[in-house]
Design a protein around this ligand. Sequence first.
Ligand code: BJW
Ligand code: ZN
Length: 294
Amino acid sequence: MNNDTLQGFREAFANAKHIIVIAGAGLSAASGIPTFRDGGGMWRSLDATSLATPEAFHENPSLVWQFYHYRRQKALQAETNTAHKILAKLAIPHYLKKVAPAAKSMHLITQNVDRLSVRALDDLEKELEEQGLKGPSYRARTGSVVQMHGKLFEVQCTKCDWRAEDFSTPLCPALGHVEANIQDYTDAGSKNHDIPISLLPHCPECQELARPGVVWFGEKPYHLDQINSLVFKADMCLVIGTSSTVHPAAGYAFRVRRRHGHVAIFNLYPSEKDENASSLFRGACEDILPQVFP
Ligand code: BJW
Ligand code: ZN
């Protein structure tokens, strides 16, 4: 890592008042969750992004539910990695003040639906509580993880307003039956088990077909008002493990930079919006973040 880059970033971070982190699939890559692009995004020889649309669900709900069943299994088995843990620490005022004494707020805006950032924060809070460290300086700011693309473990009705968090798996017996076929994410030979709609998850209120509680292309991401005001206020923006190809998240760093904020990009490979970076850290975030925030 370039020492000037590191020093420049640390100085800017030390003076930051309102910090935001924009995270993408690369943050969870070390936890074994496949990314969407850069060679990560094939499921049974299908492009994962082609399944993340309302049209794909309408055309083939069985296939899309199998894709999400696989992703739910993966996320349930996954452990949080070093990068999730460091970001969780930065959400605790006691730790944040050590590296950013001027900081007033720190929010993680994640495009990930795997809940690993929430888990890392829950785990850390529990750990601190077990150590008897419960005072205000240790208390995490509530709402500091903003899950803009929804939640993998939420199920919602396609017709009425019903939605519920559900960590059980399989969500219905028919999805359990295809498990043997979905061990290998890239297994091009896997057969598409055509599950009849009647055997897929349904709404307990109105009996219509249910869907995963995530945001597909063309749908409105969650918490946009809150995110817009966080982006407007931010003078420090970390962009971690995202290809910055999907809007609106892809545009946030530019907005911070345009208002003379500092933008630090952490990515294994070049990303679409590297030109927005004030500091550019090339490498795996689970390796780089521990060096930047030892
Ligand atoms: C590592 C690493 C390691 C690997 N360490 N790095 C403006 C312009 C053009 C188009 C649009 C626009 N505004 C809206 C659109 C349309 C569309 C869009 O952006 N299309 C583009 C493709 C052009 N956007 C939308 O439709 C969004 N909706 C919207 O804007 O609505 C507006 C609205 C307002 C009001 C009313 C109504 C509407 C919705 C987007 C939804 C995206 N959904 C998905 C699926 C979510 C559910 C699920 O997970 O299944 O979200 S698609 C997928 O892409 C997923 C991701 O969150 C998202 C972003 O991907 P991400 O995280 O960047 O992953 P990758 O794989 O692309 O990149 C990983 C990166 O990590 C790589 O760079 C690697 O190098 C790196 N990496 N390992 C560090 N260890
Ligand atoms: Zn319903």
